[in-house]
Design a protein around this ligand. Sequence first.
Ligand code: TGC
Ligand code: FAD
Length: 397
Amino acid sequence: KTAFDWRDPLASKNLLTEEELAIAETAERYCQERMLPRVLQAYRDENYDPKILQEMGELGLLGANIDGYGCAGVSTVAGGMITRAVERVDSGYRSGMSVQSSLVMGGIHEFGTEEQKERFLPEMAKGRLLGAFGLTEPNHGSDPGSMESVAKPHPTKNGYYSLSGAKTWITNSPIADVLLVWAKLQETGKIRGFLVERKDCPPGTLSTPAIKDKNGLRASITGMIQMDECPVPEANMFHDVEGLKGPFSCLNSARYGISMGVMGALEDCIDRARTYALERKQFKGNPLAKYQLIQKKLADAATDAAYGTLASIQVGRLKDEGKATPEMISMVKRQNCDTALRNSRILQEIFGGNAVSDEYHIGRHVANLYVAQTYEGQSDIHSLILGRAITGVQAFC
Ligand code: TGC
Ligand code: FAD
């Protein structure tokens, strides 16, 4: 007889291959045994340990969807299982990994020359070379097409561009060795991607100050990228893509990863809220779990987590078959981030005053999930992407 499993209510595991199940298990074991014990202190100290990326690299968890160049070449759904395992511990750890794997390695793999792929991908897969992705600017977040960063032929160095401008809210930027920066070519006004290598930038041309005192995603490191006539060799530009198609293609993979990742964070909230509700007694020695209002909160959250996971698996399968559209990814990114944030905020109520203590973990997830709903396209922006596809009329401006 089949029993109902509240941890996987709609039996999403049945849709996974043996290989995907094995990858999920490896990732979950690493995250629970190695990441979870250090997350509270890291969050308190606002400290990101880059060794985490090396450890993930040793397990083959970085750039895992890429085939070749030292990467595992697993399915999109398997990649989603990795982000789900990591975000079950902390969205900030998933963020560091998403930038490395999807935004930078994914961008190099999709648009880089063979020489760029050979030069960067194997070391990045091991977590020895760290990446950052610079799209957002102080004056242009949801509307990156209006960016002001500019690349022009370098006045004194032949075969080099000179990059000037500022990027902000950039995950990993203070520790990154290679920064994938999007800037407009002065000659054409078109957006191009540049691989800026920190080691090759003369003093004063590149700085990446950290943004401190965040009230979410504190276990991840975030900063700016400030470029002042920074010389970048022409060989480090993406030659085959121009316009927003470049950064947005990278974002398709990362947004997919978030859609599955936030389900991990929500599942952790459900697990912790259920345990707390069974243990905490109020009114005549009854556990909170006995009360109908508490049960409804858990039922709503478990339903949204189960539906969201199934939807992401479907989109992942279509992506591997080449049948996924960006709008499908917008739909699962938006829906799963919104339901994860809404339910985590409601589940937080079950902990009463104790929710305020970080040792219960729920407050950290809530603060993190606000960020997940905001970056890689805030949910309302994804509503407009979907609204445009539904009506044929664009409502951005
Ligand atoms: P629009 O006219 O819609 O498109 C311009 C060109 O881009 C192409 N395109 C896409 N290509 C591939 N995949 C997609 N998802 C694409 N979306 C658009 C499009 O076909 C067109 O190509 P072409 O050849 O015709 O020029 O451009 P728009 O300026 O009207 O865009 C509006 C909008 C709202 C869709 C877009 O700007 C948007 O999505 N804004 C959100 C910004 C965003 O997501 N930023 C993310 C920054 S990176 C980040 O947050 C990392 S956090 C990482 C972490 O820590 O986890
Ligand atoms: P704005 O664009 O100013 O938007 C503010 C609000 O207005 C939002 O609610 C938005 O939905 C709404 N809005 C905007 N335009 C419209 C409209 N036309 N109609 C209706 N509503 C609208 N970026 C990177 O490039 N790389 C990174 O690695 C990265 N990491 C990040 C890490 C963290 C911790 C954070 C917080 C952000 C990160 N970002 C990164 C930036 C992130 O992508 C942006 O914050 C996000 O795209 C929103 O841009 P914004 O903050 O400028 O908000």
